[in-house]
Design a protein around this ligand. Sequence first.
Ligand SMILES: Nc1ncnc2c1ncn2[C@@H]1O[C@H](COP(=O)(O)OP(=O)(O)OP(=O)(O)O)[C@@H](O)[C@H]1O
Ligand SMILES: [Mg+2]
Length: 416
Amino acid sequence: MKSGFLDKLIERLGRIGPEDVQNYLLQLAQEKGLIETVFNAIQEGIIVTDAGGRITYVNDAACELFGLEAERSIGKRLDESVRGLDWKSLSQSEGAISRDMEIFYPANRFLNFYIVPLLIERRTAKDDGSTESRPTGRGVNGHGEPVGHAIILRDITESRRSTEKTIESERFKALTLLAAGVAHEIGNPLNSLHIHLQLMERKVRKLDGKVKEELQEAIAISRAEITRLDSIVTQFLQAIRPSKPVLHPENVNAIVEEAVRFFAPEIEDRDIVVEQELRSDLPLLELDRDQMKQVFYNVIKNSFEAMKRRGILRIATNMDATHVNVSFTDTGGGMSAESLSRVFEPYFTTKSSGSGLGLLIVRRIVREHGGEMAIESNEGKGLTLTIRLPYVDKRVRMLEEGTSNAEGGGRKVESE
Ligand SMILES: Nc1ncnc2c1ncn2[C@@H]1O[C@H](COP(=O)(O)OP(=O)(O)OP(=O)(O)O)[C@@H](O)[C@H]1O
Ligand SMILES: [Mg+2]
């Protein structure tokens, strides 16, 4: 609105005739329309409340962020329309407040709230019927009567998520370095144990009788355990070493089958049924075969550990326009919402002998292949883990010829 227009109008209020009133009202309505159009065009959400915390104005962006309907919200208290908002503490401050908040409805987003108290200078009527106006007070030291609040909302979801990703990858790098160091150090004593066991074995061969037999058995067990430890360390180093995947065109079904074959003895022991619904016409994917085997191995191992004995693991491969999906659905009872939210934290485990690194490694490898993963838990029943691997390089999607951004909706170049 033109600055001073209202002030001038108010000053002249006592002197204008009835014929002017219509013109002024028309002008006011036009100005209001213009402001509304401008407010609705901006990305930031804007809400104005009265002194009682009731909404007097809300723009389109704010409606979208909070899932509100403008007409139904006007006149309602803001903390009734936006559940969980601690309006009392937010509105008590005399100055502007900036706060971040996470909302879960209509979508999980992070918002920055900027709340400014609105203060209006009281106007004193003059003897001639006109009013005298003084500058409007605003902010901490503004003088005037509180008439409500203006709230400006900014969607900070993207910047927040990218910060979280950076922290997470830094944490993972530190962890990887430490774990790789430890695993490496374990390798040397293992070698030495192996050599000493060989020496013992040679000497034992020269003995006779029961003692010889017993010692030979003990040595065989020790050797098997050393081999097991050695393979765990080797596999672990392979998985966490920040090596870039070496990509070759691979048949994902073959890798799934290979991973399942690896578990054949365990499948029998635990009396588990593994159903494989592998779509035969999948495109070849650019994969690091060993790393992807490690991924499937970890996921299948988790399912087996969750099902313990008897259960069904269904592994399905499928595709859509851009991705091949590999899903693992088990009947192992799933996990609680709390566990689900912590599942990618390093060392989070509910098992007495778990390292809590399995899914973290799985996710790292999947991400390095440009893929994504999702976990859906049906508590008490089971869990579905889906890995999405791209087969179309969609890092950049160009506009089709002849389309322009100005055209309805505006298609954009997408990047990841
Ligand atoms: N299929 C599943 N069903 C139920 N819970 C699962 C399943 N997969 C993972 N979990 C839960 O997630 C936790 C973390 O899994 P993750 O593979 O990262 O570590 P872990 O299996 O505990 O240890 P590790 O894989 O290092 O031996 C598990 O301890 C378990 O509670
Ligand atoms: Mg695991």
